[in-house]
Write a protein that binds this ligand. Sequence first.
Ligand code: FES
Length: 126
Amino acid sequence: MNNSNWVRVTKCENIPPREGRAVLLDGREVAVFNLGGRFLALENSCPHRGGPLADGILNGEKVVCPLHARKVCLQSGAMEKAEAHEPCVQTYSVRVLDGYVELLVPEWQPLSVPLSANVFPIVETA
Ligand code: FES
């Protein structure tokens, strides 16, 4: 795996335990969740009507969408009670390195600009 495809998006401390935050990765909003020492990430848009999943409440390894309370699995991206036209949510590989949360840019996703100019951490506070 190419190390250059991992992108730092925020410090771990910026995402409190049992909460999520939105970050930008190559122009896409990604919701990153802290499950208490483990981080999971998926696209920040509910397949039902685009609810911001980063603002949802965690229920085990699922997030409850803040708009209509459907649950989305953080591991698989599958939504409970999904209708046929509602796809799974895109998930992202996550790692922690030197106190930072890093996301793996999918191989199939062409980058529109260089990685260094590509990340804008919405949650950065310090
Ligand atoms: S937008 Fe997420 S459940 Fe409706």
